[in-house]
Design a binder for this molecule. Structure first.
Ligand code: NAD
Length: 290
């Protein structure tokens, strides 16, 4: 069993971005600039955005953080996005999800200019991804592809089972793994909360992507020998032994599943770090394409 180490791979991706960014700057070109909008003060969202800002600095990007209160109305958020769309210095815009209930997520996502949609959630980006055209790929699925590529994991003709069908993880990774390219060319089964016989389906998998948000859901008796397991789950579970008061748990019962795997991602230290690296990659590309 080999660990797919998000620390090592994300650092390699970031090192490559830093070299390219330094080259842009020395050539007198503009510095990539990511603008993030954070609404309210949700603990997890605060942590994610702080980490994105810190990582921008590491690779030499500019970043801006726009904070709006939990009670913000939709019109104010729309104005903030329109300003960022019009700002020639901003290359990438991300609105940290989830949004408060008075705001339509679909409306906000579709307002971000597709050329600055570094999260890859805009219907135009998704449509292009489905057709295999060049576009921004949502950061978490993109991070998974970078991870598979780094470890040269064979995906051709493999049966990939994706647990979860959300627009940000399950659905896009299922489409990407079925594309006629590398990593891809998998036969993909998408499972969700209404799937019957999930265990039997997982036992047929060569690759399992667990993205449902239930800690420790994928058990050893659901996995055959030599499976590649990608754990996307990130759930904060109360843990009084930790300074923060919580531990981060993935969707896989790691201790018991890992010995059966050919490769497995840990949580933390796996897909989460790759998501940020992929977001930086999208932001760099958005800047370079200008
Ligand atoms: P979501 O709640 O939008 O979707 C969950 C999906 O799981 C749904 O499609 C649902 O049908 C399916 N599901 C729920 N219960 C199930 C069950 N018993 N059996 C089979 N399928 C079931 O979640 P999401 O936004 O896709 O996130 C999933 C997990 O991934 C969460 O823990 C989230 O925090 C994490 N996440 C991690 C990253 C990262 O960077 N690592 C990024 C995004 C999300």
């Amino acid at each position: 069993m080999q660990i797919l180490d998000g620390k090592i791979v994300s650092q390699a991706v970031k090192d490559a971005i830093k070299i390219k960014t330094d080259a842009l700057k020395s050539a007198g070109k503009k510095t990539p600039h990511l603008a993030a909008i954070l609404i309210g003060s949700n603990g997890a969202s605060e942590t994610y955005v702080a980490s994105k800002v810190k990582n921008c600095k590491e690779v030499g990007f500019k970043s801006s953080l726009i904070r709006l209160p939990e009670t913000v109305d939709e019109a104010t958020l729309v104005t903030a996005i329109e300003q960022l769309n019009a700002d020639g210095d901003v290359d990438g815009i991300l609105v940290q999800l989830p949004l408060p209930k008075q705001i339509s997520e679909a409306k906000i996502i579709s307002l971000i200019h597709p050329d600055k949609d570094v999260d890859g959630f805009h219907p135009m980006s998704i449509g292009k991804m489905v057709q295999g055209l060049p576009t921004f790929i949502p950061a978490t699925p993109y991070g998974i592809l970078l991870m598979l590529e780094h470890y040269k994991i064979d995906t051709k003709g493999k049966h990939a089972v994706v647990i979860g069908r959300s627009n940000i993880v399950g659905r896009p990774i299922s489409i990407l793994l079925s594309r006629n390219t590398y990593p891809g060319n998998c036969t993909v089964t998408v499972c969700h909360s209404h799937t019957h016989n999930l265990r039997e389906i997982c036992l047929q998998a060569d690759i399992i992507v667990a993205a449902l948000g239930i800690p420790g859901f994928l058990k050893a008796d659901m996995v055959k020998e030599n499976t590649v397991v990608i754990d996307v789950g990130i759930t904060r579970v109360k843990d009084i032994t930790k300074k923060s008061g919580f531990a981060i748990k993935g969707d896989v019962d790691f201790v018991n599943v890992a010995p059966k795997c050919s490769y497995i991602t840990p949580v933390p230290g796996g897909v989460g770090l790759m998501t940020i690296a992929a977001l930086l990659m999208n932001t760099y590309n958005a800047c370079e394409q200008k």
